[in-house]
Ligand binder design. Structure first.
Ligand code: IVH
Length: 674
């Protein structure tokens, strides 16, 4: 018997090895080379066979097995990883002149004999992958450049990352993980169908996926990667960046094929301008071109500043602009009654997403830009996120275009629209206007307000149309029976929704206050009010004087708050919410009065800008506020300090102009921990 079992094991071992080789080969062809040689069904069949063998003989299951892309475990947190060589960032160039002056600087050291490698600047998340004896052992985020997070379990799910290299080398490589356009569109479509907030762009989606503690989420997101460098080329024998990339390929890594070696800055400029045009055709987002000195010896000679190497530069594209047709102008009534015209566009891809709507803000803007229905318009995404009509191509008019006429009456309730003094916007001032009520409900459940997951715009609109909710108090009276009859709401979504509504009752007071949509009370003011008054009852009893006594609360807001709570309907609403068990108390930390804090931040006004990577924006803000600092959204003369994360833009420039102190995130974290 024993002999037979041994025999069996030996056969199994041989077959497992064979299957590893085949599956690695097919996986490599499919995910790295993008040239599958067998149909998917064949791959799946072999993978199934391997899983069965591993189940029968668990001792044959190894870390680099193609079955081991997704581990079962869900992490509690990501461990910190110290980068042996720091992960630097790049200096920026915005135009030809910037590129030429980079070239002049390089030539001062390099002389005449110089070539560059141009690469696409992939808009994703920088990662470092560590291999020991050819085996993938650790993958980390960039973090602050010195310390990142160990996201190995998530990176393992990226099929183009080899779990074992073709040679048993120990090496650390760097690259950009990203979400291809197709995966992004599919992910957001699903999110929208489930009533969830879609991701703003593929970069956020990729970063969000890799920062999940459950690797099954990353595995479902179809991420990909391009490797663009070796941390330490020490004993690899390569002498140039381009040879390094070729070497990465022989090891089994995926590199980007669009790179080009350029013998002069003229060639570089030509490459840059050709990609400015070709960029929309790619199935992944790029935000620029990286230009690197090819010779590693020369790279070393040029060296680096504390932040970035002197041998490379990133040319940043201007915001992508595309032309499309403005099909119609739609009017929507917001929660405050403002009537906003929105351009309905022929769907068009811009900076990674398909755009079909863009706010036109108000009638004045339509006149100013001379926008007509049927016009060809130039569209871009402001800040790479918000779609905007830049201008009209008037010379392409056919005569068929129609003038847009702003209505005199509310498109939803028919009451006459008014233009309040000093405002450009037209408003519907009927407090019973169904559109305003519906938008108010959508606001109430949104993320910064009561944050009820699963209650997106579509579900709220449906519930409202069916008269299942007439005001926010009705949300807490919704039953399982009522919800199960809704479109696209199965047992599971209904259970989740009921639970989310229940959980929202425990929110701290500021979320409710913001959700009520009192005029002039934004999320920040709501927090200040909640901290100051501790409970809804105290706030409701406050006079205008009590309110304006608080530093951040002005007369206009104080008046609006008092007027709001004077309404019988508002009092009744609060009573009903209380009866349903909605929390009316502030639960967060008490603010530290500047004079009670001996922290550096006490009483200072601080602005955060750019991408933070150690802390989230909210964490940074909360920590600063807990120490008596004040976090503001815009830079002015009153700003004491600017924290500049990666890719900081106009706020950084303004702070520099005003001579305001500027720190990086690391300095912030250090001072917070002091
Ligand atoms: S080289 C020493 N090459 O751009 C810096 N970076 O600030 C080495 N990126 O977050 C970076 N594509 O992740 C390099 N082909 C490419 C890149 C690239 C995207 C990202 C990188 C970093 C940022 C540079």
């Amino acid at each position: 018997m024993k002999g037979l079992e041994n025999m069996d094991l030996q056969n199994a071992e041989a077959r497992v090895k064979e299957l590893h080789n085949l599956l690695n080969q097919y996986g490599y062809e499919y995910y790295v080379l993008d040239k599958p040689s067998v149909p998917d069904s064949e791959y799946d069949r072999l993978l199934k066979e391997l899983m069965e063998l591993e189940n029968e003989h668990p001792q044959l299951k190894t870390a680099d097995s193609p079955t081991q892309r997704v581990g079962g475990e869900i992490l509690d947190m990501f461990e910190k990883v110290e980068h042996q060589t720091p992960m630097l960032s790049l200096g920026n160039a915005f135009n030809e002149e910037d590129l030429r002056s980079f070239d002049r600087r390089v030539r001062q050291t390099a002389g005449e004999n110089l070539s560059y490698v141009c690469e696409l600047k992939i808009d994703g998340l920088a990662v470092a992958l560590k291999y020991e004896d050819g085996l993938f052992i650790q993958g980390a985020t960039r973090g602050d450049g010195t310390i990142g997070e160990d996201i190995t379990v998530n990176l393992r799910t990226i099929r183009s990352i080899p779990l074992r290299l073709s040679e048993p080398v120990s090496i650390e490589v760097r690259g950009e993980a990203f979400m291809p356009g197709r995966s992004f569109e599919a992910l957001n479509k699903g999110k929208e169908e489930r009533g969830e907030e879609p991701f703003a762009n593929p970069r956020n989606a990729a970063a969000g996926s890799l920062r999940q503690l459950d690797p099954r989420i990353a595995a479902s997101r179809n991420l990909d990667i391009f490797l663009y460098g070796i941390s330490n080329t020490g004993d690899t024998g390569v002498e140039s960046h381009s040879a390094g990339l070729d070497y990465l390929e022989t090891l089994g890594f995926k590199t980007n094929k669009e790179r080009r070696k350029c013998a002069s800055i003229e060639e570089v400029i030509e490459y840059v301008s050709s990609w400015t045009e070709k960029r929309p055709n790619l199935d992944y987002d790029i935000d620029g071109i990286v230009i690197k000195v090819d010779s590693l010896a020369l790279q070393e000679e040029l060296g680096a500043t504390a932040k970035s190497p002197r041998w490379a530069i990133a040319y940043k594209f201007p915001a992508e602009e595309v032309v499309t047709t403005l099909r119609d102008i739609e009017l929507s009534v917001g929660r405050t009654g403002v009537v906003t015209p929105t351009a309905l566009l022929e769907p068009v891809r811009v900076a990674g997403t398909t755009v079909q709507r863009a706010s036109l803000h108000n009638e004045d803007l339509i006149r100013e830009k001379d926008i007509k229905i049927g016009d060809k318009v130039v569209v871009k995404k402001a800040g790479d996120i918000i779609p905007e009509v830049v201008n009209v191509l008037a010379e392409q008019r056919t005569g068929e275009e129609r003038e847009f006429i702003m209505p005199t009456h509310c498109p939803e309730c028919g009451s006459e629209l008014v233009r309040l003094e000093g405002e450009v916007a037209l408003r519907c001032i009927n407090p019973k206007c169904p559109a305003q009520i519906r938008e108010g409900l959508i606001h109430f459940v949104s993320r910064n307000a009561m944050n009820i997951d699963g209650l997106g715009e579509k579900v709220v609109s449906q519930l409202f149309a069916k008269e299942l909710i007439k005001d926010v108090a009705d949300l807490y009276k919704l039953t399982h029976e009522a919800l199960i009859g809704m479109e696209r709401m199965g047992e599971k979504s209904v259970n989740n929704l009921v639970q989310a509504i229940e959980a929202s009752k425990q929110n701290s007071l500021e979320k409710l206050l913001f959700g009520l949509g009192i005029r002039h009370v934004g999320a920040k003011a709501a927090k200040t009010l909640a901290q100051h008054f501790s409970s809804m009852d105290n706030l409701m009893a406050a006079s205008e004087d009590d309110l304006t006594a608080i530093n951040e609360i002005g007369g206009k807001m104080a008046g609006a708050i008092v007027a709001f709570f004077e309404q019988e309907e508002a009092k009744e609403l609060i009573r009903e919410l209380k009866e349903s068990g909605v929390n009316m108390e502030y639960k967060g930390p008490k603010p530290v009065a500047a004079e009670d804090s001996d922290s550096f931040f006490a009483g200072k006004t601080i602005v955060l800008t750019g991408k933070l990577s150690i802390l989230s924006r909210n964490e940074a803000k909360e920590k600063i506020e807990a120490l008596g600092g004040n976090v503001s959204g815009s830079v002015s003369k009153k700003t004491d300090l600017l924290i500049a994360g990666e890719d900081a833009g106009s706020k950084l420039a303004k702070a520099q102009d005003l001579g305001i102190d500027i720190w990086n995130e690391e300095q912030l974290v250090e001072e917070l921990n002091n």
